[in-house]
Design a protein around this ligand. Structure first.
Ligand code: 3NM
Length: 531
């Protein structure tokens, strides 16, 4: 069973003690519970000898397999290994998650108990597959429970994880029964984040009719969990796509490619810090004379004409030639392209001087590039752009069509940023709905997106990969913005900037460890068929 397919809705933890099981047979009780619909079983026995544990676990595994339900072993990684079941569950006093992972391997399901937000974060960072949050209520089933959390304590943990961009299946445990299951689920719900199920011991293991207890509880829990709408499911990236984009981010981390920025005076420091945060090595050289040397270092060039002068234009052209000669990617940001005749002319000079791998701009900028580089350019009227700010006049359909035609015209990739971003390579066109309004309230965020894209393009300039690299850069950038904006220490656009840099670095390091869970926030749509 694949990890992604595990259903945590009703998670049964077994108990073999006479106080709960009484004189019933554990196999009969577990089988009845499976018939009643439990979706996951954990074998928990704190007292039996190892031989007996392995024997019982093996019998239980035969049962759970018939119902296609995973069997996890509490604490005893050796028993899980001996039986070859789906995984284990470790508490805070048990074997460390990393050791369990080393023993059981990457495909095993390993859950971790968490009583505090810190423990939950540590489990997420360590690569846990799910969390058991508890104890929600006091229970006689487990005597050494720590803090009693109540639904609000569970909510605090769920919220804290969501704020940091962790997406991990979570169940809660401790004193849950048919009377309180629904209220626990509803009262622990944080904005945009809910439990995935509940875990119980005595209410099923101690029941005279475990099948009925399980089916009744399952119905209650299903009713209380937020409906997973079809639309939400369709929006979600497939595991393969998430792995593809996370891998591109990882490749930047692994290769530390050069991001050569010829950028405007306003954003130089910000761009260098963003390059570092996403794992690239920034160099902020505006001197075209050194571009031939820098182009040989396997990186990418950003030409951002935000504060263009006749001299900087000459330098851009030299650097563009150097990067074309070295066959390395060039990202062009035509900042404020429509604002003045000087900028329209600079735009044409740059576009006519060499091959641009990625053109990235807001609606006004991309519309200007579109007009100025068309065959009939100069004959039509110019649309005057005010300053370099973004304003919108085109419909989503017009934007999508424009980026597609422009990319097709130049045989490259075009990105139009905005509330929805549009990205195309001329054949494949995507819309991205991530991001946060703070990005529009801080200067230079569009420019540093160019830097981020350059890092991704540099690390994966294999033919055919450029479009995915650009999308990976946008997703990393905008998801980091969303996560940063939700942090409790962010109170506005000022505090947003350092938090944003933190989150870029953190999501990158998650990707470097093979964790693509943050990409579940991606709102990426393939709209190629609609153009
Ligand atoms: N773990 P019942 S509470 C096994 O807090 C276990 O981590 C807990 O039993 C924790 O459903 C618990 O009978 C026992 O209350 C839960």
């Amino acid at each position: 069973m694949r990890k992604e397919d595990v259903d945590y809705t009703l998670y049964l933890v077994t108990d073999s003690t006479p106080a709960i099981l009484r004189d019933k047979n554990i196999y009969e009780v577990v089988e009845a519970a499976l018939k009643g619909g439990v979706t996951c079983v954990q074998f928990r026995d704190k007292t039996s000898d190892t031989g007996e544990l392995v024997r019982t676990a093996r019998e239980l595994h035969k049962l759970t397999r018939q119902y296609n339900v995973p069997l996890l072993i509490n604490d005893r990684v050796d028993v899980a290994l001996a039986v070859g079941c789906e995984g284990c569950h470790v508490g805070q006093d048990d074997m460390k998650l990393q050791d369990a992972r080393r023993l059981l391997g990457p495909d095993a399901i390993i859950g971790v108990s968490a009583n505090t937000l810190e423990e939950a974060i540590e489990a997420c960072e360590g690569g846990a597959d799910y969390l058991g949050i508890g104890a929600v209520y006091a229970t006689t089933t487990k005597t050494n429970t720590k803090n009693i959390l109540g639904p609000e304590g569970v909510r605090h943990i769920l919220q804290g994880l969501a704020d940091r961009g962790y997406v991990i299946p979570s169940v809660c445990i401790g004193g849950i029964n048919a009377g309180n299951a629904q209220s626990v689920i509803m009262e622990s719900r944080a904005p945009n984040r809910s439990l995935d199920g509940i875990a119980v011991v005595s209410v099923i293991m101690g029941s005279d009719d475990p099948e009925h207890s399980a089916s009744r509880l399952l119905e209650l829990v299903r009713d209380a969990l937020p409906a997973k709408t079809r639309a939400a499911d369709e929006d979600q990236l497939s595991p393969e796509s998430a792995a593809l984009y996370a891998n591109i981010v990882k490749s930047v981390h692994d290769a530390t490619p050069l991001s050569h920025n010829m950028t405007n005076l306003v954003v130089q420091n910000f761009a260098a810090n963003v390059a570092l945060a996403v794992g690239a090595s920034p160099i902020m050289s505006n001197n075209g004379e050194e571009a031939p040397d820098l182009a040989k270092l396997g990186g990418a060039l950003v030409i951002n004409m935000g504060t263009v002068t006749p001299e900087s234009l000459r330098n851009y052209v030299k650097a563009l030639h150097a990067y074309n000669n070295a066959d390395r990617p060039v990202v062009f940001d035509p900042v404020g392209a429509g604002a003045s005749a000087v900028r329209r002319s600079a735009l044409k000079t740059i576009m006519d001087s060499g091959y641009i791998t990625v053109i990235k701009g807001n609606e006004g900028e991309i519309a200007t590039v579109y007009r100025e580089t068309s065959q009939t350019a100069g004959q039509g009227e110019h649309v005057q752009q005010r300053g370099v700010d973004s304003t919108s006049v085109l419909s989503p359909e017009e934007k999508a069509a424009m980026v597609t035609r422009l990319a097709d015209r130049h045989n490259n990739i075009v990105v139009m940023t905005g509330k929805t971003d549009f990205v195309s390579d001329g054949s494949n066109t995507f819309a991205i709905d991530n991001g946060h309004e703070y990005l529009g309230m801080v200067t230079g965020t569009g420019c540093v997106l160019g830097t981020t894209i350059s890092a991704m393009a540099a690390a994966s300039s294999a033919a055919g990969q450029e479009l995915f690299a650009v999308i990976a850069g946008i997703l990393l950038f905008e998801i980091a913005a969303e996560v940063a904006a939700q942090r409790s220490d962010v109170r506005g656009p000022g505090t947003f900037v350092p938090a944003f840099i933190d989150e870029l670095a953190r999501l990158r390091s998650l990707a470097a460890r093979g964790d693509s869970s943050w990409l579940q926030r991606a709102k990426l749509r393939d709209i190629s068929q609609d153009i």
